[in-house]
Design a protein around this ligand. Structure first.
Ligand code: PHE
Length: 388
């Protein structure tokens, strides 16, 4: 299946990004792309607020682990600002990997980013001597805009390091095989604790740069298979770099996306709701309970189209980001509705439909017109597109 680490050549204006021998460091791009709207989210820590749906899922997974394996340590207060070394290099993510690009990642400067996954904490925690831990936090990715994509979301990573001899009791021949079986057993347990003891689940082989073998776990839920987590056996090179003798030690690692689980379990239809300060949302949930979300009314939507000719340096994520920066949570979706290349000039024209809707109130026409006007002004100025 396609994941964040397997998407390798996204198409830009009909051109595939060069990959071989290509490094983001040589590419003339802005390494300072954290907008005020994103900045506002840092430190809100909704995942730490009791009775918040993300906190309910987090607590449940932690308690599930601690119940049978009390040696697991829980970390949830690392700042999301990390080095590119922590987020990418330590995890063997290639220098030319798309996920490193400033079109996908928020950069403070060339060497500092907002973490794109909580796996960024894996290596320093192992180096500090921790052998079993869970680490939760907010993660940031520049992405499209719809009901399930938001530039800030939450992940929980887990790691456990095993030693030669641990496999004895299980009767498994090698430590590697033992670790893989323990990983699958532990994660199946968590997923059953959330979706019910008799839930249907399946394992698929996956790819991540930092684990080998790698897997994803899917749960059959509401008539379809849903991917809930990625995991695998930590690549021995990583353990070696942290100082372990890899003939003696093998570890597992996993990463769970908390929004996806919470959206399914509580039937929350739009990912923006997690950031709502509205009591009609917040008062509906209680730690330890799986109550279904009751929609308190859907205010009318209003859409506006925008069309422009794109310059060669253009990328869609920068456009989405700009729309978010102007309209914040008042934008529900941005969809591309038309795209064509001029046969003579080869210039690419795009038309996007921006759907505006507030979750807490009705928007006036004037307000939406004003937002759209600002989007148009800024797109023309900052992305150097030619409006049509
Ligand atoms: N960091 C991966 C992601 O964000 C998930 C993962 C974590 C996979 C740990 C394997 C091991 O998709």
């Amino acid at each position: 299946m396609q994941n964040y680490f397997t998407k390798i050549n996204r198409v830009h204006n009909g051109l595939t990004r060069p990959l071989l021998g290509f490094s983001w460091r040589n590419y003339s791009v802005k390494y300072d792309n954290i907008t005020p709207k994103i900045n506002e989210k840092i430190g809100r820590n909704i995942f730490l607020k009791p009775n918040h749906p993300i906190n309910i899922i987090k607590t449940l997974v932690e308690q599930h682990f601690l119940k049978s394996q009390p040696d697991f340590k829980v970390f949830d207060s690392f700042h999301p600002k990390v080095s590119t070394k922590q987020n990418f290099d330590d995890l063997l993510i290639p220098l030319d990997h798309v996920s490193r690009g400033p079109s996908d990642t928020y950069y403070y400067d060339e060497n500092t980013v907002l973490r794109t996954h909580t796996t960024a904490h894996q290596v320093h925690l192992i180096k500090d001597g921790h052998k079993a831990f869970l680490v939760t936090g907010d993660v940031y990715r520049r992405d499209e805009i719809d009901a399930t994509h938001y530039p800030v979301f939450h992940q929980m990573d887990g790691v456990k390091v095993f030693k030669q001899g641990d496999q004895k009791d299980s009767g498994t021949e090698t430590l590697e095989k033992h670790v893989e079986l323990e990983l699958k057993k532990d994660l199946e347990g968590v997923v059953r604790a959330i979706f019910g003891a008799d839930s249907q689940i399946r394992w698929n082989v996956e790819y991540f740069p930092f684990t080998d073998p790698s897997f994803e776990l899917e749960v059959y839920f509401n008539d379809h298979w849903m991917e809930v987590l990625g995991c695998g056996v930590i690549r021995s090179e990583i353990l070696k770099n942290t100082g372990y003798d890899t003939s003696e030690y093998v570890g597992y690692a996993f990463g769970i996306g908390l929004e996806r689980l919470a959206m399914k379990v509580f039937e929350i239809p739009d990912i923006r709701l997690f950031w709502s300060q509205d009591n009609r949302f917040l008062s509906q949930f209680k730690n330890g309970e799986f109550t279904k979300f009751k929609s308190y009314s859907k205010y009318p939507a209003c859409y506006k189209d925008i069309s422009f000719w794109t310059p060669s340096e253009y990328n869609d994520n920068s456009f989405y980001e700009l729309v978010r920066d102007v309209a914040g949570d008042l934008v529900e979706t941005v969809k591309i509705v038309d795209e064509f290349k001029h046969p003579k000039t080869q210039r690419v024209s795009k038309c996007f439909r921006i759907n505006y809707r507030s979750m807490d109130r009705s928007l006036s026409n004037e307000e939406v017109d004003q937002l759209q006007w600002v989007v148009r002004e800024r797109v023309a100025k900052e992305l150097m597109v030619e409006l049509r």
